[in-house]
Design a protein around this ligand. Structure first.
Ligand SMILES: Cc1cc2nc3c(=O)[nH]c(=O)nc-3n(C[C@H](O)[C@H](O)[C@H](O)COP(=O)(O)OP(=O)(O)OC[C@H]3O[C@@H](n4cnc5c(N)ncnc54)[C@H](O)[C@@H]3O)c2cc1C
Length: 459
């Protein structure tokens, strides 16, 4: 089989929905089996993170699917980090230095609903809700599915199966059993919990704090962040260790919780009127990294998105990288005339190193967000990075910008980023302000160590 007639997708989350639009547009007959009810009809717990940061890679894929004009109506620009320091001070640190270098807050639910409707309305795509994929028989090309609403099991045949069923992917388990190989799921020893800053006025909306920013209360070993929603509220997330001196396990009752917030996040505490009820009612979420040795089985199955490479959320790239998987898959289908027997191994070869790179950068960025952003050396390096970008825009691009505002492969962004970090560290040694940096030496280092980069090339 090189071009499948019938494609089944397991999971109508963010990645499965977008992929179904793109495959439907290519003329494939697609059916998606989704375990949850249709979130357009009922209030469904979307599982985690009420809102997400969307950036260039995700935007590129949404453009490719023809959805970006509608998605733009859901977006709130975030120009940089608004830092709420211990002791009460506030600072703003922009993400980029050009007008267009922004990231966007978007509601997970609204985005998911928009993509599911686009898939169903315009394309030959069927989404079947309350249907849980339980087992896969690759030899027979069959799925075992449980209809959760009517409580019965049945089987469905497929030519090609795509697992977009998230970090706990049942398709990944089946793939691993069929292929052998390795798959690791490494949980962080930090968890998260979501809280809410309500709108200024419950009827008229309005924001209590600056809306066009990602707010961070960095506290070294833990942090609070807040992203804006369109109704004027902010979704706040507390990231902290599960156990230890300052940890979730030490916040067992209202007194402990209030005392902790009063001591560590007094400004945020005043903005969260339902702190106690939010904290004790909302789930404590886990964070982890998934790495697998193979993402496909013959020409019969592929896993993508969180199913093959779930990452921690500190670079805001889980969804974006999953959307980039979709773009890359379509590019390879174009290149190989829809011959999936060639596309699947090539996709795996190209994508996996990039997924591993963003997984590593996401883990590193947790330390940056909760700790380094307040450090004066970090600030100086950031200023110097912007200066070098202004002077050598085709050679020096800050790593954050390469990941968030460009489409350079993640692995290249990481490699170049490491070289840049060495250059910055060398230049700021013994220096405490930008005007004292030796810019002639900077030019020599940049020209010697960083070849010209073509940022306009997506892949
Ligand atoms: C706290 C937090 C904050 C985040 N912030 C960001 C951010 O700012 N930017 C960003 O890019 N990413 C972010 N992410 C990551 C992002 O949420 C994920 O990368 C993204 O949701 C992956 O999409 P997916 O479709 O692969 O998986 P999911 O969104 O998990 O969707 C999987 C779907 O499969 C369904 N499913 C599961 N099992 C079965 C089954 N057996 N049968 C049928 N269906 C099944 C599920 O119900 C679900 O609908 C964040 C994640 C977390 C936890």
């Amino acid at each position: 089989m090189s071009k499948p007639q019938k494609i089944l997708i397991s999971g109508a989350g963010l990645v499965g929905s977008l992929l179904s639009v793109l495959l439907g547009r290519r003329g494939y007959e697609v059916a998606i089996f989704e375990r949850r009810p249709d979130m357009r009809g009922v209030e469904v717990d979307s599982g985690r993170s009420i809102n997400l940061a969307l950036s260039s890679r995700g935007i590129h894929a949404l453009e490719q699917a023809g959805l970006i004009d509608d998605v733009r109506k859901l977006l709130i620009p975030m120009r940089g980090r608004a830092l709420h320091l211990s002791g009460g001070g506030k600072e703003f640190s922009s993400y980029g230095q050009r007008e267009e270098e922004l990231i966007y807050s978007v509601s997970r639910r609204d985005l998911n609903c928009l993509m599911m409707s686009a898939a169903e309305e315009a394309e030959p795509v069927d989404i079947l809700f309350n249907q849980s994929v339980e087992q896969v028989d690759f030899e027979k090309g069959e799925l075992a599915i449980v209809d959760l609403q009517n409580d019965h099991s049945y089987r469905r045949s497929f030519d090609l199966l795509i697992g977009a069923d998230g970090a706990g992917s049942p398709t990944r388990d089946a793939l691993l059993a069929a292929n052998g190989g390795e798959c690791s799921v490494d949980f962080l020893d930090h968890d998260y919990k979501e809280l809410e800053i309500p709108p200024l006025n419950s009827e008229a909306g309005g924001y209590q704090i600056e809306p066009e920013a990602l707010h961070i209360w960095p506290r070294g070993g833990y942090m609070l962040i807040a992203l804006p929603n369109q109704d004027g509220s902010f979704t706040v997330t507390l990231f902290m260790p599960k156990q230890g001196e300052i940890s979730f396990e030490k916040l067992e009752n209202a007194d402990q919780l209030n005392a902790f917030f009063e001591a560590e996040f007094p400004s945020a505490k005043r903005l969260i009127p339902d702190l106690e009820s939010d904290f004790f009612a909302n789930a404590q979420g886990r964070l982890g990294t998934v790495r697998c040795s193979k993402w496909y089985y013959q020409d019969k199955a592929l896993i993508l998105g969180d199913a093959s490479h779930a990452i921690v959320p500190f670079h805001g790239q889980g969804m974006n990288s999953g959307f980039e998987d979709c773009s890359e898959l379509i590019r390879l289908l174009d290149k190989h005339n829809d011959d999936w027997s060639v596309v699947l191994p090539e996709f795996d070869r190209i994508r996996r190193p990039n997924a591993n790179a963003i997984a590593d950068m996401a883990l590193e960025n947790y330390v940056t967000m909760r700790e380094s952003v307040t450090d004066s050396k970090f600030q100086l390096k950031k200023e110097l990075g912007f200066e070098l970008e202004r002077r050598f825009p085709d050679r020096f691009v800050p790593r954050y910008s390469m990941v968030m505002f460009h489409l350079l492969p993640y692995a290249s962004a990481m490699t170049r980023g490491n070289v840049q970090q060495e250059i910055l560290s060398e230049l700021v040694q013994g220096v405490d302000e930008l005007s004292k940096v030796d810019l002639e030496k900077a030019e020599r280092l940049v020209r010697d160590k960083l070849p010209v980069v073509d940022l306009s090339r997506p892949y």
